[in-house]
Structures are given as C-alpha cells and as structure tokens.
Design a protein around this ligand. Structure first.
Ligand SMILES: Cc1cc2nc3c(=O)[nH]c(=O)nc-3n(C[C@H](O)[C@H](O)[C@H](O)COP(=O)(O)OP(=O)(O)OC[C@H]3O[C@@H](n4cnc5c(N)ncnc54)[C@H](O)[C@@H]3O)c2cc1C
Length: 324
C-alpha cells in the first residue's frame, strides 16, 4: 500500500488529497496542515469581510471530518512539518497544541505550503490595526477589529488583486477607503491604458486612490493609524490592510536541499517533480520555467492543471502524455 504525505491542507493540498483518493482507493493519504482550517475558500475571504458572504461556514469547502469520511483521508490540522529527511523519506512533524514531535514516513511527498504575505520593512508595521489577509484567522481578526473600534476609515496598501478586493469589500461595508499603491497604476499586471479604466471605475465607486507613492511607515494617531508615504503625504485609517504581494513558503524545501527557482519558489519540472524524484510541489510555493506560469497566483485553473499533471505523473507516464 502506497503512503502519500501532503504538507499544506488548503487549495493545492486538499485538492491533491481528494484527487489522489479517486485514483487510488487503497493508498494511505495523510494531509497535514499547521493551521486550524483545511480546504477553505481563500478567494472568498475579502467577501466575508464585506459581508457579501455573510455566513462564515460558507468559506469552508470541506471540513476535516468531511474529508475523512468521504475520502478516507488521514487529516491532521494543527500539525506542522518541521523538516524533511530525504534519505530516510520521513518528515518531522510537530503537533502544534502539545509541542509533541514525531516522524512521519512517506513513499511520495507532495509539498503545497503556499505563499505568505510580504511584510515591508518599515517603521510601525507591527502596530495593532495593521493586518494582512491570507487565512480565516486573519479575516476573523479584521472583523473583530472593525467591530470593536467601530472603524469608519481604512487604508489599503497595495493596488493588486487582493488589495483591490479588500478595498472594494471594505467600501461595500460602508468604510471610507484609500488605496496606496507604489506604481502609477492599479493592477500591475495590466497595461496602463486598461488599468486606467479600472481606476476610474474604482473612483466612481467611492474609493480614494493614492498612486505612484510607496508606503514609508505607520504611526499611531489619536486612536487611529497614520500611513506615511515616500512623497511625504499621509493617510489616516482605523485599520490598515497590507496587500503588497506574497512570497513562496520554501523554508522546508530549502532546508531539505531541494532546488529553488530564480524567484525563490520550489523548482519543479513540467510534471511537477522537484529535484528529488519522491517529492512533488504544487500551488503558490512552486516555480516552473513556463511563461504562462508568471500568472500562477491569479489563476487557480493553472494550479488545478498542474495538480492533474502531478497526479498523472505519480500514477502513469502514459496518462501524463494524454493530459496535454
Ligand atoms: C484574500 C485572497 C484572495 C484570493 N483570491 C483569489 C482568486 O480570486 N482567484 C485565484 O485564482 N486565487 C486567489 N487567491 C490565491 C489562491 O488562494 C492561492 O493561489 C491558493 O490558495 C494557493 O494554494 P496553495 O495550496 O499553494 O496554498 P494555500 O491555499 O495558501 O495553502 C497552503 C497551506 O499550507 C500550510 N502550511 C505551510 N507550511 C506548512 C508546514 N510546514 N506544515 C504544515 N502546513 C503548512 C499553510 O498553513 C496553508 O494553510 C487568493 C488568495 C487570497 C489570500
């Protein structure tokens, strides 16, 4: 009986586990996730803040119990992978609640640890009221802050996808929102003429845009937060959302000596294999030399395709060829 170990239990990891089960009814499939929640809708997080998704449970695509009973998976939330011993094919795992550590053997290991929000190295970034948005505890904290401080103003740093989704939703909730973006346009992947239309639409919806001005620091200001920018301007909010990009979580892979790509992601080939034939990677943490992949973080479809390639590679070379 094959033993698959998956690190990371949300988009890439939970999908890999469910699909693996469909391809192999007898395998032992273990899914470890260091956080409380598995298989939730990251894409819905801003809309939960905006109350467009009013019911928090609607964010949960699958529960631990659902995955265990429906797919016969061994799901372990609050378990963190600490290190990989490639020689012995074991992962050191820590039970977060107790600190207990144990070795988990694998035949094949799938890494899906995602990417963490980038935190700028500027003064005041650790002040209370400055948030990032990656997971359910993050949006719980934002909701609680808005309610407790009766927030009416927000500053969103970063005019990319996540920044604009947060801005839109905070506005939808009735807050005055200013978006501070270092580049002269919102939505950096778009051409300037297209981004202009997006900016006009945002302004028509009541958002304030401060473009072409990077953040320089944060200060507490009369019970609120002042965001200082490189031009010397400042914007006041009751909360600040930082959304200036993400960085692949590659500490595990790096420490295990797996090859990394030029942008710091885990290097994989076109079959999602890392530099170790028993280890695969998928999702925000991986990197392939494929031009379209530069768009990977806005396009979950490409991740689902990668996942398909990964699993077909594990199961059959012939099937892999048919995937294209
Ligand atoms: C607010 C927001 C909105 C988004 N909207 C969209 C959208 O509209 N469309 C779209 O395509 N994409 C969107 N994305 C991006 C999308 O969510 C990601 O591309 C996708 O979640 C990546 O999947 P992943 O499995 O690589 O990482 P994740 O889904 O982040 O899962 C990685 C998991 O691994 C866990 N982990 C990390 N290290 C360890 C360890 N050592 N041990 C155990 N567990 C570990 C983490 O705790 C995390 O839960 C959005 C993301 C965010 C944050």
């Amino acid at each position: 009986m094959a033993r698959y170990l998956i690190v990371g239990g949300v988009a890439g990891g939970a999908s890999a586990a469910a699909r693996l089960r469909r391809l192999d009814e007898t395998a032992q499939i273990i899914l470890i996730e260091r956080g409380d929640y598995i298989s939730y809708a990251n894409c819905g997080l801003p809309y939960f803040v905006g109350r467009v998704i009013p019911n928090r449970d609607d964010l949960l695509v699958q529960t631990e119990r659902g995955l265990e009973t429906r797919f016969c998976l061994d799901v372990r939330p609050l378990h963190k992978a600490l290190a990989i011993d490639r020689q012995r094919k074991v992962v050191w795992v820590q039970e977060v609640a107790t600190g207990r550590e144990y070795e988990q053997p694998y035949d094949k290991l799938i890494l899906a640890p995602g990417a963490a929000p980038i935190i700028p190295n500027v003064p005041g970034v650790t002040l209370r009221g400055v948030f990032t948005v990656r997971n359910i505890p993050d949006v719980d904290a934002i909701q609680a802050w808005i309610e407790r401080t009766e927030s009416t103003r927000a500053v969103v740093v970063g005019g990319g996808f996540i920044g604009l989704e947060m801005a839109e939703n905070l506005r939808h909730r009735g807050l005055e929102v200013t978006v501070v973006e270092m580049l002269p346009q919102v939505m950096p992947p778009l051409d300037a003429d297209m981004a202009w239309h997006v900016a006009e639409h945002l302004r028509a919806g009541g958002l304030h845009l401060a473009l072409g001005d990077g953040v320089a620091g944060f200060e507490a200001a009369d019970g609120a937060l002042r965001v200082r920018t490189q031009s010397g301007a400042s914007h006041v909010g009751d909360l600040v959302i930082l959304a200036i990009g993400v960085r692949p979580e590659t500490a595990l892979a790096k420490a295990a000596g797996l090859d990394l790509g030029p942008r710091g992601g885990i290097r994989v080939d076109e079959r999602m294999r890392t530099s170790d034939p028993a280890i695969f990677a998928v999702g925000d943490a991986d990197f392939q030399q494929r031009i379209a992949y530069d768009l990977y973080y806005i396009d979950n479809w490409s991740m689902m395709f990668d996942l398909r390639i990964l699993l077909l590679t594990i199961f059959s070379k012939k099937a892999y060829r048919n995937a294209y």
